[in-house]
Design a protein around this ligand. Sequence first.
Ligand code: ARG
Length: 460
Amino acid sequence: MANLWSGRFEKGMESIVEEFNASIFFDKRLYDCDIEGSIAHVTMLSEQGIVTFDEKERIIQELGNIKSQIEKGEIEFDVHDEDIHMAIEGILINRLGDTGKRLHTARSRNDQVAVDTRLYVKKEIIEVLENLKFMESVLLEKADKYFDKIMVGFTHMQHAQPVTIGFHLMAYFQMFKRDIERFMDSYERTDYNPLGSCALAGTTIPINRHRTSELLGFKNVTENAMDSVSDRDYILEFMSAASICIMHISRMAEEFVYWNSQEFSYISIDDSFCTGSSIMPQKKNPDMAELLRGKTGRVYGNLVQLLTVMKGTPLAYNKDFQEDKEGLFDTVDTLKKSLLILAKMIEKTEFNMENIHKHLNKGFLNATDVAEYFVKNNIPFREAHEMVGKMVKYCENYSKDFSDLSDEELKTIDERLNLNLLPDLSMEGCVRGRVSYGGTAPIEVQRQINEGINWLNTLV
Ligand code: ARG
């Protein structure tokens, strides 16, 4: 069969060229968006008197048949089809003859692929948001369960201050909240209809682009035909949001890996998320957490790949843009799965409080609290910092804790010190005191959780 564009050609393609040119084996995934776009297009063409009512009806009916046949696996695509747009149109023409040939009136593959990918990105954003919302609900539930359970808070991977587990989990809640906002924001800019931009400059045929927008559920039409067929920034925005989101996933996954290590033993990841070793019988490896970390590479890679594809391409459409799809599909699949796996893994994880407590007496987690207590007793912070620093040094030298120090020892460290000047040194006391807005005090964590619940409820 001749290609749909074969009019001006004298020779066919060599098979390796045909294969190189074709996108059908990956862009067939856009079949439903493509058919949706075509139905809206032909509906508008008929309303405008460009095709007859009868032609429209026949085309829509046949597009419906093609769709269900694709879904049932009854249509086999061929390299000769080139891409999904040509494949579907080709089948239509085969079946409807001249009527089928009218569908592509006032349309080019350039605006067709743009509308298809915009529809696709919009649908996928909604699905990603569903998975993110599930993640948030899981985090809220876990944070609530552990809102007052104390663990070590780190900076530089060194013991810093005590925090609650709920507080730590709510930090991730905030990151994923911003991810949700980023995806919602990118949705807004994707929600413009490029159909009717045609090859690059619009058309002399009296179409109604606002009508196809309405039919396809777009917020509005794109303003400039050349821009509409030339840019892929809506895909880049999706991939950027996805990259940031999977970076958050990866950080949490890394915490699961080290929390699960023998050295920490804060958690024991559920067996169903781990695998064994082929040689070491005792091993239970946190493979899913590691894979979540590792999947980040391809999502970043896809973003950089498309940024590079787009860079330096002149206006308007260039075939380079066909390279936007595989990375997009891969990012969609990877992100959606990663979100689900992490959320389910969190859901199934409980914290081993006994082991977590063992770590709390190392590293003078209450040092800042002592310094702050001195400040409340009118000692300037810099001096308080110095005094506590000396206390730490003394304790390290004599293998003691703050609570082991006697009045005399305190005096030798700094003559202003005495037992009455020391606050409640317990981890509970330290955590309870951090009531500043956004702090780790259980009462404050509870407030953050309630805020989170209210915000999540506004989304549904
Ligand atoms: N398969 C092409 C793509 O994905 C569709 C657009 C082709 N347009 C063209 N003028 N060759 O970009």
